[in-house]
Design a protein around this ligand. Structure first.
Ligand code: HEC
Length: 179
């Protein structure tokens, strides 16, 4: 039952993605010099990822994130051209040294026709370099949870807790300007 659910999810993914080879490359392979946002490799199981190992990096632009208040709520806003990348690797025999099998990216570009919540949502196959922008609401719908109240005991424990329900700009592992 659970397996067929996962198979269905992947099937849905295949149908929902779109690929345009004319697009400029949005994510590269080289994140040296970028800021890592997770303290330790993320291994918690989340839908669609199985038992993968994830790491998250932000480019320099993203470290210029600002916060304002809107009524009682703190609102985070990443600058245009922020890029946040999540690397996904299958667990290898030696644990965390596994090879990256997939990159997921969020690129801040509010004017882009495919942006949702101000971000372009895409994947990149590190072997072929092929990028696919998601035009469906699949990514943004789940990431809206990052903007909701979340504590360490909630069902999806991954991500930094958000006890005051700050609008985190759809980012589960935010860059904290004071760091
Ligand atoms: C079912 C929920 C869910 C869906 C669907 C989802 N994500 Fe995520 N995403 C997460 C969670 C939870 C994290 C926090 C890190 C982790 O656990 O891997 C995350 C982290 C990320 C990050 C790192 C920035 C951050 O928020 O911490 C990027 C980039 C990302 N996802 C891109 C995508 C893209 C692109 C898609 C669509 C192809 C997508 N995600 C679909 C739940 C989801």
């Amino acid at each position: 039952m659970r397996q067929s659910g996962i198979a269905l999810l992947f099937l849905t993914l295949l149908v929902l993605v779109s690929c345009d080879s004319e697009q400029p490359v949005l994510l590269g392979d080289d994140f040296s010099g970028w800021t890592q946002l997770n303290a330790a490799p993320i291994t918690a199981t989340i839908p669609g990822h199985g038992s993968s190992i994830r790491n998250i990096f932000v480019n320099d632009v993203g470290t210029g994130v600002t916060t304002t208040t809107s009524g009682p709520r703190i609102v985070w806003n990443y600058p245009e051209e922020t890029v946040i990348i999540k690397t996904v690797a299958a667990p290898g025999e030696s644990g965390y040294s596994a090879e990256t099998t997939m990159l997921l990216g969020m690129v801040k570009n509010s004017e882009h026709p495919d942006s949702q919540g101000g971000w372009i949502w895409l994947t990149r196959d590190p072997r072929t370099g092929e990028e696919m922008i998601f035009q469906s609401e699949y990514c943004v719908t789940c990431h809206a949870d990052a903007n909701e109240r979340r504590t360490t005991t909630d069902r999806i424990p991954t991500g930094v807790p958000n006890p005051d329900r700050e609008f985190r700009d759809f980012v589960f592992f935010p860059y904290f300007p004071d760091e």
